[in-house]
Design a protein around this ligand. Structure first.
Ligand code: MN
Length: 228
């Protein structure tokens, strides 16, 4: 057996109370002015979970001195030896990029608003992506040709050349026919989405964009590329 013991030097529990306290929703002091909060569910849950694992809970206590709770679980030697412990697959691949030895995907962020540039690029870099920034459509095309991004985030309203024009331009170039482009627009008007998609964007997100959502869209586009 493996034993886990938690103890305190608190008020202690009387023998008659010990029997009650593993019942769900039972609080030994159930008055409204009671000094100790709680739902009275904790110990009942501990007991049930422990029993589901074929273990047991025991309690020793002395009034005024404290209590000692012990969860005892059957100990099973793992069949795996030494270093060959199974590696656990990450549940949410979106929040964690595994170091594969390949360079991290490069995201081209075409955006003219400095605070958006800061928040989006900081966030994506924390997620493990590389980020390159362009501040208008013409610069976006230039950066794309020079740096070959894996995904383009294209703001629509930008000074000089706007995002729709830059998207159409990139799509007309054989080198950028399949690079995922995610349009970001503050315009949130009907017809907006269609216009972005018609220009060649794969996805459309209206601002304010949730960074978490944006990361999901990027991950989705990268996955689709890998599948193709
Ligand atoms: Mn803008």
């Amino acid at each position: 057996m493996a034993h886990f013991t938690v103890w305190d030097t608190g008020i202690g529990i009387s023998e008659s109370d010990m029997r009650k306290m593993f019942q769900p929703f039972v609080q030994l002091d159930s008055g409204l002015a009671r000094a100790y909060e709680g739902t009275g569910l904790g110990l009942a849950l501990v007991r049930r979970l422990t029993e589901m694992h074929c273990g047991c809970v025991s309690l020793e206590s002395e009034m005024g001195k404290g209590s000692r709770f012990t969860v005892s679980l059957p100990w099973q030697e793992s069949g795996l030896s030494g270093t060959s412990v199974a590696t656990v697959e990450p549940v949410e691949t979106i929040t964690l990029r595994i170091d594969t030895g390949y360079p991290a995907p490069l995201i081209l962020l075409a955006e003219d608003n400095e605070s958006n540039i800061k928040s989006v690029s900081d966030y994506l870099q924390i997620k493990g992506y590389r980020v390159t920034v362009a501040r208008n459509g013409a610069e976006a095309i230039e950066r794309a040709k020079e740096e070959r991004p894996d995904v383009v985030l294209m703001d629509i309203q930008m000074p000089g050349m706007d995002g729709l024009t830059a998207t159409r331009y990139l799509r007309a170039d054989a080198d950028f026919k399949t690079v995922p482009i995610i349009a970001l627009t503050a315009l949130a008007m009907t017809g907006d989405k269609e216009e972005c998609l018609a220009a060649g964007a794969n996805e459309y997100l209206s601002k304010p964009v949730s960074l978490k959502n944006l990361a999901k869209f990027i991950e989705k586009q990268l996955c689709e590329l890998r599948v193709e």
